[in-house]
Design a protein around this ligand. Sequence first.
Ligand code: PEP
Ligand code: MG
Length: 588
Amino acid sequence: MKNFKQIFKEAENKISGIAAAPGLVIARAYLFTKEKLEISDAEITDVEEAKRNLEEALQKSKKELNKIFSIAKEKMEGRRAAIFEAQMMILDDPILIKNITARIENEKKQPEFIVNDEISKYQHLMTNAHEAYMNERAHDIEDIKNRIIRNLQKKRWQSKITNDVIVVSDSLTPADTILLSRNNAKGFITDHGGLTSHAAIISRSLNIPAVVGTHKATQLIKEGDILAVDGFHGYVIINPNDEQKKFFVEKIDRLVQLQKGLEELKDKPAKTEDGREIHLMANVDVSGEVDLVITSGAKGIGLFRTEQILEEFGEFPTEDEQTEIYSSLASRIYPNPIIIRAFDIGGDKFKFLDFVEPNPFLGLRGIRLLLENEKLFKTQIRAVLRASKNKNILFMLPMISAIYEIRKSKEIIKTCMHELKHENQTFDKDIKTGIMVEVPSAAVMAQDFAKETDFLSIGTNDLIQYLMAVDRGNDLVSDLYQEFNPSVIRTISHVVTEAKKQHKEVSLCGEMAADTLAIPLLVGLGLASLSISPSTIPYAKRIIRSLSYSKAKALAEKCLTFSTEHEVTKEIEKFFEENSITRTRNII
Ligand code: PEP
Ligand code: MG
């Protein structure tokens, strides 16, 4: 049988985008184009009538949004439904309404022209901010503007969907996403939008597969085309041929099989057959994912990537804003713990100011940038401390490569504690501070570093990149990005052994732990805590529960003797077969 690469990699009918919401679906395309609203700037004779029309349109818009808001609340978590509450507030903004009314009186033009002009001003301000978050909010404003204009023109929102379809659109507003999902939308594909776009967040909440940011879906896909959408990997096949269709249908069947019985595992421990319990925690990128963490049965958040807040905000949130974000996450996850990682800025992540580095991955990234910008670092530390009252927060430092970085950070944390004490603020004065082990120097020095810190967390995403000198995002060298390379597993083994010598906890939070094929090896290497994406937790738990720790240990010992990646992979595959363990790698 041909593998995925042979069938899809070079396929001309494949378009790639961002995997925004997991799932697989095949259905016909429905091109959702919003009717272009013609806006008239004709003069009016009856100002009072125009004002009445405006008032009616505002009321109607409010009523519509209220309805969408109540559907949203029913279907998803409250904080997310609040997107619509924010839109409703625009409708109640007294300054905006006063300006529009005054202009109708003075200029005597159609209200739709004035509404369009006034609200567009807000929009331009936001679009020009060149920040992802502000751009998303500009789309929300576009939605409310069009809603008012449509109601002034007495037109109705229409969707002609009758059968199950995959909605293809330039972009989708939160309201469209909700309404289309009520109208048999089984998948979403958009030209624009990122992981944090509302359409993406809502699709994840509603469990509808979505691929966003494809750039060209609306150009290449025609109404009625058959589409196969993979929301796990972020691609779409247009009119799949027989071979592709067969491959995809089999994939869906396997997914259905794999999902059977997973639900029941939620409240069961991730314990091996011979009684070793593995702490399965969740990696969280967007704060909205917490409901997924809770339903996944995770034992807490093993990595909260705070730099994602910067992507969402488009700037540095204040101390109070950060305190609120961290407190809310910590209380939602309580009594389980949350490991909040300090901003890992730089590399391929959120850019700080506009400076350009010739080699950003080896540049001012993570802890290096924070120590250079102490004020910024202190704001975050103070917010983390203020949120730590319930003692379920741990703090973690990214990209540690030298011991002085730990010492200096601890000094700054101490200073922040003194300040807060003077301000009579309560916080967890025994808060645990740990480090990421993701730079080879930290791995080599694991024991010395472990002495100075409370816990270690191995970040294989970067560790592999720096160990193998291979850019984690570069397709040209992706064959060398090998998680089962003997150098990688020997390094992990070294870190685990060295941390244990200091009786310090060590976990692993890179993507490697989400690769179900890697789990027996990682358990066998002695890791008792793994942090992975919430959606993979049930799969990982199932594997752990069907493992024997002593056999996994023997597997790891054997793998540590190999000198090629191929030998390691073969040995692991043999292990899965001999022990009849269901695997998911290369299956979904
Ligand atoms: C890692 O490097 O493995 C890690 C978990 O951090 P990030 O992916 O955020 O760099
Ligand atoms: Mg990293």
